[in-house]
Structure formats: C-alpha cells, structure tokens
Design a binder for this molecule. Structure first.
Ligand code: HEM
Length: 511
C-alpha cells in the first residue's frame, strides 16, 4: 500500500488523473474471495460479449477481439489483487508494453463512452460476483479509472473510432511532424501544429513534445510549451535505444530528468524555474546517490513505490536505476526495499540486456525471480548466462525465441551463435511460435510456424543449419499446411534461395 506521504510526493508524475489507487486490491484477499481466475475469466468474457454487441463502443476496438480478451483476463487478475506466483510468469505488468494512459491514447473516449463501458462492467460484475459489497468496492475503483481515461469532448457525431492525433497509424503523422518540429526547435511550427490539432495537448502527446525539445536543448520551444499549458513535470517514456527493450514504453522520465541526461543546463534552469520537481525516479535513473539517500531517509517507502506515470504497471525506482545503468543507486535502493522483490522480472531482464554482471548479481541477491526472464541475449553472456541458469532461468518453449533470431525483422542478421545459445538454454528446434505471455493467439501466433519456416523466409542459411543439426523437421507444416520450402517462396529478392532450397531438400531426403 502506498502511503499518503509517498503518493503526495509523486503526484506530479501522474499522467492518469485517477482518484483511485492504481493497485487498489493488492495485498487484499479479494481475488481469492471472488473465486480467483475462473471468476475473472467469466467477468472479462461477459464484458467483451457486451462490447461485441454495442454499436457505439464496438468501433473503438480492433476487428478481432480475441487477443484483447486474453490480455484483459491477465490484467484484471492482477488488478483485482491476484498474487504474484513465482514461476508462473503471467503477471500483466511484467510483460505489457504500455501503461493504461498510453494504451488508451489513440482511442477517443468521451464521458458517455466511459458510462457505457461502466454499465457493461456493472452487468458483468452482477453475473459473476455474488456479494454486493464486493461488487460495489470493485465498481467504485473501475469507475474512477474509466473517468480518468476520458480524453475527448462529447462529439455531436462520432468521427470514427480513432482520434485525429494518434501515436500509431495514419493519424500518427500529425504527432510525428510536431515532434520533429520540437526537436529542431521550430517554435513557430510547434505553435501552428498545436493550433491546428488541439488534441496534441493531451497529456501524453504534450509530454512527448516537451521531452524531445528538452533533450535537444531547445530552450525557446520548452518555454513555449510550458506557456501553452504542458506541465513542467509531464513524464514521457524514453526511446528503447536509451533504456533497452526490457523497458520499452514503460520507463517514463520527467522533462527535468531528460534535460539532465543530455546535460541541457539552460533547459534544466527553465524547468526548475517553472516548478519542476525532483523525485526518487530521477535520482535513481541518473545515479544521484546523495540526493536519493536523502529522499529515502525522508520517506523510506519511496524506495519501492510504483511510478504513478506508469499507472497499472509496476515500475519502481529499482527499474529506473537499472535502465539508467546505475549500480550504486540500485544498491542503495535494494538495501531499502522489502525482500524478496516481487518478481523484478523487468529489472532483471534489463540488467541482463545491459550485460551488467554487478546489477544482475544485486537483483538476484535481492530475490529477483530468474525463472521468468524468458528468451534474450543473456544466453550469450559467458558469466551472466550460467549465473541465471543456475537460478532456474531458461528459454520457454512458447517459441517466443523464434521472433528474436529467426526472422529478418528489425534489421536482424543470420546469427547462428545466438540460436545455438538459445537451444542450449531450453529452446527446442521444433518449437512453434504460438503465443505470448497473455495467451494471445491471433496473427503471427495463429500461424504456429517453426523457426525453420521463419529462417527459410529470411534466408538465414547458418541458422537453418543449426536448427537442422538440432533435429528440426524440414517438412514441418504451419497451421495452413505450409512447409519451410513454401515460406521460401515469399522471401525477399536478396535471399539466396538456391542455398536455402538445397539445405532443406537435402535434409528432407535424409529423413
Ligand atoms: C472508459 C472506457 C474504456 C474504453 C472505451 C476502452 C477501450 C479500450 C480499447 C479500444 C483497448 C484496445 C483493445 C485491443 O487492442 O484489443 C483497450 C485496452 C485496454 N483497456 Fe480499456 N477501455 C476503457 C476503460 C478501461 C478501464 C476502466 C480499464 C481498467 C480498469 C481498462 C483496461 C484496459 C487494458 C488493461 C487494456 C490493454 C489490454 C492489452 O494489453 O491488450 N480499460 N481499452
């Protein structure tokens, strides 16, 4: 439970202005009392069945609701106080890539939408939670969240499900253009963008513009954004290139932290003048041991308080220290948190990704659960890999490792050593890419293809050799009955099709 003193000190980091707690039922027996996961599953099924039939809300959701349903079952289990179970690995906040605020940024939600959502939620609760007092307690918290997610005025006619400004899709162009202007310090351009698209002032979009301008040292643009009403503390997530994949979109820093990271002292002065606040997350991330020590001495629970900016995702100062690569602030925090750490999966993944042996050791000694780490480049590290393996780390066979080394996406190259190391640590050559931690099974997962399928399409000759050496079946069929040779037909023109075909046909003959 976050104390009032800690909550007050971190109020400036809130993007989601909910009256309610983000983890309202943690530490209570509510989840067990209402019947555990089967009740949560039924709750979400009722809720989603209602969305399916709602002509107003349905257009806001994607065409296929299967994945949303699966993810919400894991989310509501945690939100309703489901306990972290070591080894299970199905805690929403350990795996998701966006706080609620950001998850809903691109959905236009009016007050009446929130009302409709809540009406469905109330009916779903009535179907599955027998005790009225439990229903009321849950509903009150959901109500506060739903109203905090409202981000649009009531339109006289709905303009389709999405906002004219968005972080993804076609509407992302407006935000991208404004971001580029803020980066260049083109204050007049930013002003024109805000005038044309007032949605750019939404909490998370404004925060993005301010962060970009602060990091680029654009004093005038920072001053303009502050004058336009973007709060001086509005946190925004840092790019993956700075924090690593483990912290993708969940490591939010204030403009002050971003400016200091880039040594933009003039921007820092402007922000401080505008009332920007210091906090434990900034000290942890930037490695300011002295300030952090003082902050923790004044309010010890701050060492493990979740970041309000990340709302329902459990990101604590420990994650910030790891993302910043700060061994000393990490040590100080771990000396001041309860043991064992609840999961600390992200922090461990992040430390391994940064190849920091001291941070990995500190986290393991602090009780981080290595069994949940999953696939990653840690398998290649000569000291970190055996250390984690000795604590039960292994690559699960959901086939998620295939996405990391067998596809040509994101500029990946043929990397046989990585594949060998993954196979040494629990991956199996015949695994299929079938799902993610939330049990989502559409899209790529529905194809249920093997590493050989992907490697054939990517033209990764050495990876194919390694997989075949380890017993992969060259005749394996995906869910549509297609073999790796069929996938090769879809390869890019640059792929050496002849070599791939030779390898696969020879291996097929030898079977
Ligand atoms: C106020 C009305 C609301 C609307 C219109 C709405 C709409 C949406 C939409 C369109 C998505 C994306 C679904 C997808 O990609 O499949 C979503 C995701 C989500 N919503 Fe809401 N939502 C509302 C309120 C809430 C509330 C009150 C909560 C929690 C108490 C919540 C929790 C979530 C979560 C956790 C996800 C992400 C699931 C995932 O990771 O895929 N939503 N919502």
């Amino acid at each position: 439970m976050v104390t009032r003193a800690a909550a007050d000190q971190l109020r400036h980091r809130r993007l989601l202005d909910a009256r309610a707690e983000f983890f309202p039922f943690r530490g209570t027996d509510l989840f067990v009392r209402i019947g555990g996961q089967p009740t949560v599953d039924a709750l979400v099924d009722h809720l989603y069945d209602a969305f399916e039939d709602d002509p107003v809300l349905r257009p806001l959701f994607p065409r296929d609701l299967t994945d949303g349903r699966a993810a919400q079952k894991i989310f509501f289990a945690e939100w309703l106080g489901g306990e972290y179970t070591p080894g299970d690995g199905r805690r929403y906040s350990d795996h998701t890539y966006a706080p609620l605020r950001h998850r809903h940024d691109d959905v236009t939600i009016t007050r009446s939408d929130a009302g409709r959502w809540l009406a469905h939620f109330r009916r779903a609760l009535e179907q599955v939670v027998p005790t009225e007092s439990d229903r009321t307690t849950i509903f009150d918290q959901a109500k506060a969240m739903a109203h905090a997610l409202v981000n649009a005025e009531e339109p006289s006619t709905r303009r389709g499900g999405t906002s004219p400004v968005a972080a993804c899709g076609v509407a992302a162009r407006t935000l991208k253009n404004a971001t580029d202007l803020a980066h260049k310090g083109d204050t007049a351009g930013v002003a024109a963008s805000l005038a044309q698209a007032p949605d750019l002032r939404r909490a998370s979009y404004g925060a993005r513009l301010l962060q970009v301008a602060a990091m680029a040292g654009r004093v005038k643009t920072v001053e303009f954004l502050l004058r336009s009403g973007v709060g001086p503390d509005r946190p925004h997530y840092l790019p993956i290139g700075l924090v690593g994949h483990a912290f993708e979109r969940v490591l939010l820093v204030t403009p002050l932290c971003a400016a200091r990271l880039r040594h933009r002292t003039a921007v820092e002065a402007v922000l401080l003048h505008a009332g920007a606040a210091e906090d434990v997350f900034t000290s942890a991330f930037l490695g300011d041991v002295d300030l952090l020590r003082k902050q923790i001495a004044a309010a010890p629970e701050l060492a493990e308080t979740p970041d309000p900016a990340a709302d329902v995702i459990d990101i604590t100062p420990v994650d910030h220290a790891v993302a910043g690569g700060q061994v000393e602030t990490l040590r100080l925090l771990l000396d001041n948190v309860r043991r064992p750490l609840p999961g600390a999966v992200r922090a461990l993944r992040g430390a391994a990704e940064k190849e920091s042996l001291p941070m990995v050791k500190l986290l393991l000694d602090g009780g981080a659960d290595a069994t949940l780490i999953g696939a990653g480049r840690w398998v290649l590290h000569p000291q970190i890999a055996p250390l984690l393996a000795a604590r039960g780390a292994s690559v699960r066979s959901s086939g998620s490792w295939i996405g990391l080394c067998c596809t040509g996406n994101q500029g990946r190259k043929d990397d046989p050593e990585y594949v060998r190391a993954l196979l040494r640590h629990g991956a199996r050559a015949d695994d299929r890419r079938t799902g993610d931690p939330f049990g989502r099974t559409t899209g790529v997962a529905a194809l249920a293809a093997t590493g050989l399928h992907y490697a054939a399409k990517a033209g990764f000759v050495q990876t194919i050799e390694v997989l075949l050496e380890h017993g992969a079946d060259p005749r394996a069929k995906d869910s549509q009955g297609r073999t790796p040779l069929d996938w090769l037909e879809e390869a890019a023109p640059t792929v050496d099709r002849e070599s791939v075909r030779r390898l696969l046909t020879t291996a097929t003959r030898q079977r």
